[in-house]
Design a protein around this ligand. Structure first.
Ligand SMILES: Nc1ncnc2c1ncn2[C@@H]1O[C@H](COP(=O)(O)OP(=O)(O)OP(=O)(O)O)[C@@H](O)[C@H]1O
Ligand SMILES: [Mg+2]
Length: 351
């Protein structure tokens, strides 16, 4: 079994605490994506799992055994980095074979593995080429091949797509997902791109400042974010957040009473109210707010509208065809189920 468990994992550099106790269980064969802003500790977590650095506290278990004191090569993991780090003077085949340099397999077994991996990655015809004869995406595939050939219990990917152009990123994203469906290894994938996280993950781990903010399937962290940070980090454009208040037992957004229950809200709690740009309904007969269009971003199938309102800025996703004009005043509604309430002080969701 290749499950991975992090128990109260901590890391400090001198007096600087970078990870403050990470707890996570990754199931055998699961695809988990770590996402979070720059500096939140994603790479550090991965490097600790890989054994490239020592933990300051806590345990790392792979397949049920504590690996804290094992060398990287004895941990049954393989890591793919952002700067694919393949050797320019070696052929594709030699680069892939490099992953097996410490393996005890026989020569024919190694050869068979390399051919298997080349077939899965669609690189059989490229095995004799040098890296400078490959595209960026193909080079990244070589780096993945070098990791795959070891058939590790756990794959670790640290932003492997961030050096690629937008189109290639989308393509590689799909390829890695397909690869996972086919080989079924456990994968921990780090990115700061929330679209990558949403599209690839079985579960997303959202980090901030060395703490886990929320762990869950993409749909869950999108629909029921645990706090304002997650609400605004997942989903693009970000969730709109405005000040709310409680008056006469009702949740008020400006002077509109929202159809929300206050059962879970303590009296006197300062409120923030969130609605995603996709969940605001244009021209609603029962609006929760009004705004004036100040800017439009046409994206083809849809148009993003930036509005000014009494509550502050509002972003709305409108149709691509015949969207409202700059200067138009529009009414916006929202279903109760799409209105999020947060404690303004702690940022925690009130549900
Ligand atoms: N060797 C080191 N010495 C001191 N501080 C470090 C060291 N390595 C990393 N850090 C700090 O640890 C924090 C987490 O770094 P880490 O590389 O894990 O971030 P990240 O989430 O991967 O960010 P990015 O998205 O930019 O790659 C940062 O504040 C960084 O400055
Ligand atoms: Mg990093």
């Amino acid at each position: 079994m290749a499950n991975l468990t992090l128990k109260d994992l901590q890391k400090s550099y001198g007096k600087t605490e970078v990870l403050h106790g990470i707890n996570l269980e990754v199931k055998d064969g699961e695809f988990v994506v770590f996402v979070g802003p720059s500096g939140c500790g994603k790479s550090t977590t991965l490097r600790l799992i890989a054994g490239l650095e020592d933990a300051s506290g806590g345990d790392i278990e792979i397949g049920g055994r504590v690996v804290n004191n094992l060398e990287p090569r004895d941990r049954d993991i393989a890591m793919v980095f952002q700067n694919y780090a393949i050797y320019p003077h070696m052929s594709v085949k030699k680069n892939i074979a490099f992953g097996l340099r410490t393996s005890k397999l026989s020569k024919p077994e190694k050869e068979a593995r390399i051919q298997d991996v080349a077939a899965i990655l669609d690189m059989v015809d490229l095995l004799e080429r040098k890296p400078n004869q490959l595209s960026g995406g193909q080079r990244q595939r070589v780096a993945i091949g070098r990791a795959m050939v070891r058939d590790p219990a756990v794959f670790l990917f640290d932003e492997p797509l961030s050096n690629l152009d937008a189109q290639l990123r989308t393509q590689m994203r799909l390829e890695i997902k397909k690869l996972h469906q086919r080989v079924g290894n456990t994968i921990v994938f780090v990115t700061h791109d929330q679209v990558e996280a949403m599209t690839m993950a079985d579960r997303i781990v959202i980090m901030k400042g060395g703490h886990i903010q929320q762990v869950g399937p993409p749909e869950q962290v999108y629909r029921t974010p645990a706090n304002i940070f997650v609400a605004q980090f997942i989903g693009a454009p970000s969730m709109n957040i405005w000040d709310g208040e409680i008056k006469g037992g009702r949740v008020m957004l400006g002077d509109v009473a929202l159809p929300l229950s206050l059962a879970h809200v303590k009296a006197g709690t300062p409120l923030k109210i969130g609605v995603r740009p996709d969940d605001l309904q244009l021209g609603s007969a029962d609006p929760i707010l009004h705004g004036t269009v100040s800017l439009r971003e046409p994206l083809g199938p849809e148009t993003l509208l930036y509005l000014s309102s009494d509550l502050g800025a509002v972003i709305v996703r409108a149709p691509g065809k015949n969207p409202p004009e700059v200067g138009d005043r529009i009414a916006l509604g929202a279903l109760a189920e799409n209105i999020h309430l947060f404690d303004a002080t702690s940022g925690e969701a009130l549900v």
